[in-house]
Design a protein around this ligand. Sequence first.
Ligand code: MEV
Length: 288
Amino acid sequence: MTPVVGRGLGKLILCGEHAVVYGHAALAFAVDRATEVTVEPRAGRRALTDSDVSDPRLEAALDAVLPAEGLTVRIRSDLPVGRGMGSSAALAAALVRARAALDGARPTFEALFERALPVERVFHGNPSGLDVAVALRGGFLLYRRGPPLQAVPVEVSVPWQVVVLDTGRAGNTADLVAGVASRRPAIDAALERIGALVLDVRAHLPDPVAVGALLDENQSLLEQIGVSDPDIERLVALARAAGAHGAKLSGAGGGGIVIALVTDPEPVLRAARAAGVTAFTAAIGGAP
Ligand code: MEV
């Protein structure tokens, strides 16, 4: 048997994180970064010979998808871990795709999604499935957790880009999601407003000024539900001062990354460089 490869894409959430866990809509897109799992036969117990992902839960994730015998596994990834770019979902997607390739099967998106979600649960307890949907499907999606699952491609070309600014610290998604759960029902109105705001963003996608203002509002709601922090808010202020139409944390928060909506990325990239902050542009809509 020749080696088989499975791939899962990284993602950025434009808006709707955390509220999506409670059934509200979210918008997210795949980026041109990914995790690849390569599997080939070997005699004896399964061996992980080479991995860019080092996580104590990795073996449990492999156990959930791959046979315990007869395989060599390699994992390549250029996704930063714990930064809100969907590294665990990309791994889950890559693993289930590798398993399908191993079996010579061509499962539907829905079948792959059902297999990948329990793997994502190895890393954090109550995932909405948004990250896994984007990791498997690619492109730009309007997502709502099921049943029935909605992962609707958004076919709009937009005159804006996103600059990613890195706080340099990993957030802990499981803890952040649990923290939000513990603050309910007091924060339910904020979660509902986030869900409504996502639909407003969807309706105004080609207008960077309107979308930017909605992202700013999303950031203040994320502050209200307790997932932002001073490092995030410093980067949001830096991006806005450099001319971004709007900026917010993206992913679970508690560190991680900030996204800034821009029509020209240069001023924000320059301001980030001057402040010693890692920043880069992310192309919208990687293909699976
Ligand atoms: C994490 O990338 C996004 C969260 O909404 C959790 C989830 O949707 O599973 C915080």
